[in-house]
Design a protein around this ligand. Structure first.
Ligand code: SF4
Ligand code: SF4
Length: 177
């Protein structure tokens, strides 16, 4: 078993009762991720999208999650205040079946990156209705193998024994698995 280390986990808590649908979160997220930073804003590039139904007073900020290469086989239906929502309405995935959470020019998937490690994510800062708040907790996780440590180790082995010998040893080890 590897060593356990403490990792800080940030979560954005969404209070739907406070969201008024202003879309400031979409604007600042797309501006922060534009190139150069803050040079433009286009909600289609935002990693948080607002699902709106102003007539029923329903606003749901949905955060971009993982990319998925295929549509899911089973989907979820949501009923809110008696209205049924599209099966994919609140899904976080960048998926082949729709354009949401895809960079409009390149089609590359978008994912919330918590503003690249900013202390307070910008969508949280810009939400003056305080519908978004950030929480932080510590969790014990297995120590990750750092690839740069592996590379440094390999380089010194190659220096000492030569590339062929190291490559032979790795090939022999992988055959044993
Ligand atoms: S900034 Fe806040 S109030 Fe405005 S749409 Fe986003 S979550 Fe809702
Ligand atoms: S945390 Fe940052 S990257 Fe994620 S949706 Fe909010 S503004 Fe965008």
């Amino acid at each position: 078993m590897g060593e356990k280390i403490k990792k800080k986990i940030k979560t954005i808590k969404v209070d739907l009762d406070k969201c008024n649908g202003c879309r400031a979160c979409e604007v600042i997220c797309s501006a922060f991720h534009s190139n150069p930073k803050y040079s433009s804003n286009n909600p289609a590039r935002s990693r948080v999208r607002l699902i709106r139904d102003p007539i029923r007073d329903i606003y749901v900020p949905v955060y971009a999650g993982e990319y998925t290469p295929a549509e899911c086989m089973g989907r979820d239906k949501y009923m809110i205040d008696g209205k049924e929502y599209d099966e994919c309405a609140f899904c976080r995935a960048a998926c082949p079946s729709r354009d949401r959470f895809k960079e409009p020019d390149s089609g590359l998937p978008l994912k919330c990156d918590m503003c690249e490690g900013e202390d307070v994510p910008l969508c949280v800062k810009w939400c003056i209705a305080e519908a978004l708040t950030v929480e932080e907790r510590e969790e014990e996780v297995d120590e990750e193998v750092k690839m740069e440590d592996v590379e440094i180790g390999l380089t010194s082995m190659i220096d000492k024994y030569g590339l062929d010998k190291v490559a032979d040893t790795i090939a022999r080890m992988s055959r044993k698995e």
